[in-house]
Design a protein around this ligand. Structure first.
Ligand code: SF4
Length: 288
């Protein structure tokens, strides 16, 4: 719909995007400028039917659907089940449905609701956890603690839904870097996600963090320190058979593989890059 902001994870690059909501029901994270000024709301049936009709006509080679926007799981259960049924009947070739969910959206569903969503087609949930450090979670106004995030993530996994988590390198600045890395690894070990994506902080002017940075109240991490933080985080991960990616456009060093299998390889690549920082992705080539 005109004016809709369409954001999707990199692994949904070839998915059909059905914008079922606009904005984010939380919209308070101090680093996030994506939906600033966008009033959260649901799209009506007419608009969703229009998007599905377009997809039926023009997207027959795309096998996946991603339901936008910032936390689409917050949709009422009945609406989600109706939406999945419509997707299956209008686009019968689809083999994967995914969406973003924050902790609050997950808590709005019972275990039975999550199981019903899984059985009606929800295959994958993307959840931004950013950090496992309670101080940083409070400071960035995430509206969560490590315990609430762990519980929410565990419930997704228990329902049999693929859980993809995102963590944010650099969000604690140099002062909190070590604690951020260690506590985030600890939280991920508790959550047991299927996939972990590490992004690197890019400070946006239109955010609370951007304003704190311009007042010199937040110190941005250097590329080297951000990569050292990544190494500390990876070192603390004891999870096995989990996809680990630090190949987002915001990262200074691109890594992709599986833990624990590729852990030593990751550490070696990081050490090699730290010994020659000219191999880092230059700042002007980083993007969100
Ligand atoms: S929950 Fe996600 S989309 Fe919403 S404000 Fe926070 S980071 Fe942005």
């Amino acid at each position: 719909m005109p004016g809709d902001i369409v954001i999707r994870p990199p692994s949904e690059a070839y998915s059909i995007i059905i914008q079922a909501t606009r904005g984010c029901s939380h919209n308070r994270c101090s680093f996030c400028g994506v939906y600033k000024g966008v009033r959260f709301g649901l799209h009506d049936d007419h608009e969703i039917d229009r998007q599905l009709a377009f997809a039926r006509q023009f997207c027959e080679h795309q096998r996946r659907v991603f339901i936008g926007a910032g936390d689409a799981l917050i949709l009422p259960q009945k609406k989600l089940l109706e939406l999945f049924a419509k997707i299956r009947s209008t686009l019968p070739w689809i083999n994967r449905i995914s969406l973003y969910a924050n902790g609050r959206a997950i808590r709005s569903k019972s275990d039975g609701d999550l199981e019903a969503l899984k059985s009606h087609g929800l295959d994958r949930v993307y959840m931004g956890i950013e950090s496992g450090d309670d101080y940083l979670l409070g400071w960035m106004k995430k509206g969560e603690t490590a315990d609430t995030l762990a519980e929410a993530g565990n419930r997704i996994v228990k329902a049999g839904i693929f859980l993809s988590t995102t963590v944010l390198l650099g969000i604690g600045g140099p002062e909190h870097s070590l604690h951020h890395a260690r506590e985030t690894a600890r939280l991920l070990n508790r959550m047991r996600p299927n996939q972990i994506a590490a992004l690197s902080l890019m400070i946006l002017e239109n955010t609370e963090l951007g304003r704190a940075h311009s007042r010199n109240e937040f110190i941005e991490m250097s590329a080297e320190d951000t990569v050292r933080e990544l190494k500390e985080m990876i070192s603390g991960l004891t999870l096995d058979r989990v996809q680990f990616m630090a190949n987002h456009a915001s990262n200074f060093l691109r890594l992709s593989g599986r833990l624990q299998k590729d852990k030593e390889k990751f550490i070696l690549s990081i050490d090699q890059a730290l010994s020659d920082p000219s191999t880092f992705v230059p700042s002007h080539l980083r993007a969100l």
